[in-house]
Design a protein around this ligand. Structure first.
Ligand SMILES: [Fe+2]
Length: 301
């Protein structure tokens, strides 16, 4: 047993998440990861899957946390909802942060208390001054309670809310500016939302406030059609990232430089070799971006 693994996790300082590709941790892969110790930059878990007090999930996560930096991603706080945040849920999030000392902590911009994240995404959030204030108040409460900075993720959307008075990017920028939170740029969500809402994805990325971005998400979507036969993309997380999304990722990196990037694959979870291969594919894009940045720095010097 390594010296590090004898230390109680509570006293472990947060390991910074490197500007590499991480993978969403799934129970199906616990054993493969602990046996093979794959060259993965970091892992991310959904906080809600580790809110029980003990048992195998915590045993495995503790063992993996001793070997890899960890990011904690919450999907159940309903940070955009009109009602107050669930204090008990918030306490559990705080306890998880203290227990695992994640290098990054992020939340989904959901606005429904429904259990299904997918369903939450379907419900539009009106982007206006009132919702900016409400979400900013909730982000303040989360950061004050948990005691660390959080990242807020751009959602995948399917319809626009008629009462919105500001754009999504302006909304996210305003929340980040008012609260000091960072942003999580989900490039697949950008493609899904832009296709569904007939926005231009390159323009979206060019206007996104990259100075606030602390993490990127990559995932796969499911193509579908709406009632008029027009393309409708579903944020399915059930396959590799589409080549179009990889191109958008490349474009995003050209603006923000290398950023910790997560491969999200939450449904129809493949075997470990398939998921690891997807991580390597995305990492090759990130590595190229890092080389480009190094070359630019060398020229500047
Ligand atoms: Fe995401």
């Amino acid at each position: 047993m390594s010296q590090q693994s004898t230390m109680p996790l509570q006293s472990t300082k947060p390991d910074a998440i490197p500007a590499r590709v991480g993978v969403g941790l799934k129970p199906e892969h616990y054993d493969a990861i602990l046996t093979e110790r794959p060259d993965v930059g970091w892992f991310e878990v959904h906080a809600e899957n580790y809110m029980g007090a003990g048992g195998p999930p915590h045993r495995y996560l503790t063992a993996i946390r001793e070997q890899y930096p960890l990011s904690l991603h919450g999907v159940g706080l309903s940070i955009g909802a009109a009602r107050p945040l669930d204090r008990d849920h918030l306490k559990r999030l705080k306890a998880l942060n203290e227990r695992y000392q994640p290098g990054l902590f992020s939340e989904h911009l959901a606005w429904s208390t429904h259990d299904s994240v997918f369903f939450s995404d379907l419900l539009p959030l009106p982007y206006d001054e009132e919702s900016v204030r409400r979400v900013a108040d909730h982000v303040d409460e989360v950061q004050d309670t948990v005691g660390r900075r959080m990242l807020l993720e751009n959602p995948s959307t399917y319809v626009a809310f008629a009462e919105s008075t500001i754009g999504e990017i302006e909304f996210l920028t305003e929340v980040a500016t008012r609260t000091g939170c960072g942003l999580l740029l989900d490039v697949n969500n950008v493609h899904v939302s832009c296709t569904n809402q007939r926005w231009n994805a390159i323009d979206y990325l060019d206007r996104f406030p990259m100075q606030h971005v602390g993490e990127i998400h990559m995932a796969g979507y499911a193509p579908s059609k709406d009632d008029h036969g027009d393309p409708l993309l579903i944020d399915a997380h059930d396959r590799p990232a589409d080549p179009v999304v990889v191109e958008l990722y490349d474009h995003a990196l050209s603006r923000c430089g290398p950023i910790p990037t997560l491969v999200e694959w939450d449904n129809d979870v493949p075997d470990w070799p398939t998921l690891f291969a997807e991580a390597r594919r995305v990492e090759s894009v990130l590595t190229r971006a890092r080389r480009d940045e190094d070359a630019e720095l060398a020229v500047a010097v």
